[in-house]
Design a protein around this ligand. Sequence first.
Ligand code: SF4
Length: 252
Amino acid sequence: MSKVGAREAPVLGRISVSEIYGPVVQGEGAVIGKPTVFVRTGGCDYRCSWCDTKFAVLPQYRETWKKMTTEEVFAEVRGLSRGRPILVTLSGGNPALQPLGPLVSLGKEHGYGFAIETQGTVARDWFSDLDHLTVSPKPPSSGMETDWGKLSRCLRAGGEDTRATLKVVVFDETDYAYAREVGYRFPEVPVYLQVGNDRPPSPETDDTTEPDDKGLLHRYAWLADKVLADGWNEATVLPQLHVLVWGNSRGV
Ligand code: SF4
C-alpha cells in the first residue's frame, strides 16, 4: 500500500534532471560565449533569495524532474549536439548532489568537454575529470552563509587539467566586500564578478518577467568602476550576457 505524501525514494545511480537544452551560447563565467549544451539537475541544498532557477530547486517542482540513467542523459546531449562533441555544462540546482561521474567519463570517451557550475558546498572525486570547475559562492544578498572549508575542498577537487574559477554575483556594496574577501582567501583562483539580475524569472511568470536592462547596465558600470578604482586587476567583470540578449526566457 502506498503512503500518501511519502517522499519518492532516490533511484540509485539515476540522475535527477530538470531540463536538458541547447546548444546555446554560455552567457556567463569563464567560458562566456562558448557553445554548450546544458544539463540542469533538480535539487539544491541552498535557497538563495534571488535564485533564477527555482523550478530546479524547490520541492514543489520535484514531479517535473526526470530520473534518468547516464546513458539516457548522454543520448539526449548527443542528439542536441547532432553527434558533434561540444562543451556540456552541468548546472542546477546543485549538480554536485547528483551521480554525474559516469556521465563525465562517458562523454569524455566520445570527445565531449565538461564544465560544472556549483556553489561550493559538496566536493566530488569526479570534479578532477572536468575541464572547467566554476565554483560560485553566494554573497550576503542571497541569504546564504558560506562554509569556507567546504568551498576550499571543492576548489581543490579539480584535477591537473581542470580550470577552476570562482564566480561571485554582486548586487550591492556588501556583496562587493564579500567578493573581495573571496579574492583574498583564494588568490590563486581567477575571480569572475557578475552583476546580479534583480528581476529573475519565477516559475509562475517565467517568460513574461523581463529584466531591467538599463538597471543591469548601470550596475555593471558601477561594478566595473569599483574594480578599477580598487586596482583589482586580477578580477574579470562580466554581465549576464544571455539575460541582456534573450531576457528571462528559459532554455537559452
Ligand atoms: S545555489 Fe544556485 S540553484 Fe541553488 S538556490 Fe542558490 S542560486 Fe538557486
